[in-house]
Write a protein of this length. Structure first.
Length: 158
């Protein structure tokens, strides 16, 4: 039985985003007074009082640069919350940001959208359904309410 891994934004990319984000803007840290921001660096909700930043991130563009894909018009960037300073990263296992409807958006090896599915909560079954299509190379899990990127899951290696 395959277990699918939620991938946070890699530490090397976070370092870049904390200097200048994918829209070329400098990071502006703030104190999250209330907590609850979905942090893409450690795949958890922020706690009250943590220093965070909202940065522009282009996950498909960065994946394409690694794989040689040409996403064309499917390349997009959007806002994501990260810790303003380096953090410990995610705890292993589980599916982050559970307990809410999410969209599992499928992408081909070329970086083109192959469809998506609204799921009650992302789990191994949702990812197994996505990867049952051999043309699917990776999926993005996105928030329904704003469409924001939450995390990526890649096709498991054979």
């Amino acid at each position: 039985m395959t277990t699918y891994t939620a991938l946070p934004i890699p530490p090397s990319v976070l370092k870049e985003l904390r200097s200048a984000d994918d829209a070329g803007r400098r990071m502006v840290p703030v104190t999250d007074e209330e907590g609850g921001a979905p942090l893409r660096c450690c795949l958890r909700r922020g706690a009250p009082g943590e220093r965070i930043a909202l940065v522009s991130y282009a996950p498909l563009r960065r994946w394409a640069a690694q794989t040689g894909a040409e996403p064309g018009a499917y390349d997009e960037q959007g806002p994501v919350f990260v810790h303003a300073e380096e953090c410990a990263g995610p705890q292993p296992g589980g599916h982050p940001f559970a307990g809410a409807h999410r969209t599992v958006r499928r992408y081909s090896a070329e970086g083109h959208i192959l469809g998506g599915e609204l799921v009650a909560a992302p789990d191994d079954e949702a990812f197994r359904n996505a990867f049952d299509d051999p043309a699917v190379a990776l999926v993005h899990v996105r928030a329904v309410e704003y469409g924001c990127f939450l995390y990526e899951v890649r096709r498991p290696s054979a």
